[in-house]
Design a protein around this ligand. Structure first.
Ligand SMILES: Cc1ncc(COP(=O)(O)O)c(C=O)c1O
Length: 370
């Protein structure tokens, strides 16, 4: 699906750069809210997706809230004028000093999925609100988010009890269907199953105040609008049923808002014919934010020239570093006559690319010289 037609590409700007369209991001937000009946306040933008001042300001102006995974993200948001009450600290496993610092900065809502995490929160962020990340089916996700996080939903009553004993205020649970999950039946099955489990939990007098349905909505190289409409058809009845029980439903769409709102412009810096292949070297590579390619993700690569190319052939597009992994794709159809200085557009580049520089707010370790 070609999503770049709407961009007024900045042809005079020196490459490489990522061009973000705030207009598209805003229309994605509106589409998401409308199709799933969310208010802005119920949207918690996960800032790991793209932590850029203008994006944060736009979402703040639209009355959205924010989800963070590290204390440096809290500090950044607060420096840009976001209030502590707008931020939830969702990372289920946190360093104790991050919890303390976040608490000192005013954060009062934390994610968790173990008793030990609750102990840390009660010690460093007393009386805070907590919610529990649960483990659910990720079938169909292009990048599953399973295993590392999440407790079984059956553990909720005991985690609620334990939190209360520690003086914390348990709100409910969160989950994530895995990144870029376009599998309609997984969405249906997960929500149907959760609905039954929620009824059972309420029969056990569990006071569920919040359900955070996370991200996972299809975006990257999917037809995200048609896909969301289909998913909305199967999950909206459940969201509405939960809302009717006075449970507040929240969401953390990341890729759906930002992915197709960004494209990267690169220039060809060399063209080499070697061992029967044509290698196109460009001025930004996978170590400049496209690490996810190492995990198997694909991006679309398009020639951006003044005239329509006549003959196309398969070429290898690679980045400028001296590492042999620095290859975007071995099978990009490009014009035979492509030359140094020509431009390529690599997309979608609005999610998880710029933010990969200090991913999820974590810096590279400092280097100590002996
Ligand atoms: C807790 C949490 N919320 C939201 C997101 C955003 O997900 P997506 O990019 O699929 O919308 C992620 C992504 O990893 C996440 O871990």
């Amino acid at each position: 699906m070609n999503t770049i037609k709407a961009f007024k590409i900045r042809t005079k700007e020196e490459t490489p750069f990522i061009q973000m369209s705030l207009e598209r991001l805003k229309s994605n937000l509106d589409f998401f809210k409308k199709n799933l009946s969310f208010s802005s306040q119920e949207i918690f933008y996960p800032v790991k997706v793209n932590l850029q001042k203008e994006i944060v300001e736009l979402l703040n102006k639209s009355d959205c809230n924010f989800e963070v995974g590290a204390v440096s993200e809290v500090e950044q948001l607060k420096n840009w004028g976001i209030k502590a009450f707008q931020i939830i600290f969702g990372n289920p496993i946190k360093q104790a000093n991050h919890i303390k610092k976040a608490y000192d900065l005013g954060i009062r809502t934390f994610g968790a999925d173990t008793e030990n995490e609750l102990r840390k929160i009660s010690e460093h962020a007393p009386k805070s609100e907590v919610y529990f990340r649960i483990d659910i089916d990720n079938t169909g996700a292009e990048w599953a988010l399973k295993g590392k996080f999440g407790t079984n939903i059956e553990n909720l009553p005991s985690l609620f009890e334990f939190s209360k004993k520690l003086g914390l205020n348990p709100l409910g649970f969160s989950f994530h269907l895995g990144w870029n999950n376009a599998n309609e039946s997984t969405w249906k099955n997960v929500f149907e199953r959760l609905d039954k489990q929620i009824i059972e939990l309420q029969e056990k007098n569990l006071n569920l105040k919040t359900i955070n349905i996370g991200g996972g909505f299809p975006a990257h190289l999917n037809n995200q609008y048609a896909d969301l409409e289909k998913i909305a058809k199967v999950i909206l009845p459940y969201l509405n049923a939960w809302r009717q029980k006075n449970i507040q439903v929240l969401a953390e769409p990341g890729s759906f808002l930002a992915a197709n709102a960004g494209i990267m412009l690169t220039s060809v810096i060399e063209k080499v014919k070697r061992n029967g292949k044509t290698w196109i070297f460009v001025d930004s590579g996978i170590f400049q934010g496209f690490y996810w390619i190492l995990g198997g993700l694909n991006y679309q690569i398009e020639y951006h020239g003044a005239s329509k190319p006549k003959n196309l052939e398969k070429m290898v597009v690679c980045g400028p570093t001296c590492d042999t992994h620095d290859v975007f794709s071995e099978e990009v159809l490009l014009p035979t006559e492509i030359k140094v200085g020509d431009k390529l557009i690599i997309h979608p580049a609005g999610a998880y690319i710029s933010s990969a520089q200090k991913y999820n707010g974590f810096d590279y370790p400092k280097q100590i010289i002996d």
